[in-house]
Design a protein around this ligand. Structure first.
Ligand code: AMP
Ligand code: ZN
Length: 112
């Protein structure tokens, strides 16, 4: 499958890794929108939030267990935002489920 984030998880495309476990892989966004901008993805290919179901939701729970660990590692005690763009209206550009972890500064109140 021609998927950028599957290739990053496999190590075929380089990335700046910040966290990895059996289910998830996290790396720095190549075009950061804030001082800290990390992407966390499931190692298995799930196209988007819309592709989450009862057979794969356990890995999504694992991702959400990993996020606070990454936040602590990155000194995000002041707060951070977790975002997942799903589909065209949300401008999802990579069709492999990912959660943006954004912080390290006061963020805008604007969400859309
Ligand atoms: P989205 O627009 O929500 O699908 O987010 C995709 C994100 O992937 C964007 O923030 C891009 O900057 C980021 N991105 C694209 N290619 C790479 C890459 N090779 N390494 C790290 N981040 C990337
Ligand atoms: Zn993929």
């Amino acid at each position: 499958m021609d998927c950028l984030f599957c290739k990053i998880v496999a190590g075929d495309i380089p990335s700046s890794k910040v966290y990895e476990d059996e289910y998830a892989y996290a790396f720095r966004d190549i075009n950061p929108q804030a001082p800290v901008h990390i992407l966390i993805v499931p190692k298995e290919h799930i196209p988007s939030v819309d592709g989450i179901n009862s057979s794969n939701s356990a890995v999504v729970a694992k991702i959400f267990e990993a996020i606070p660990k990454i936040a602590a590692q990155e000194d995000l005690g002041g707060g951070y935002r977790v975002i997942s763009n799903c589909g065209d209206n949300a401008c999802q550009s990579v069709k492999h489920l990912h959660f943006h972890i954004v912080g390290g500064a006061q963020l805008s109140e604007q969400m859309a």
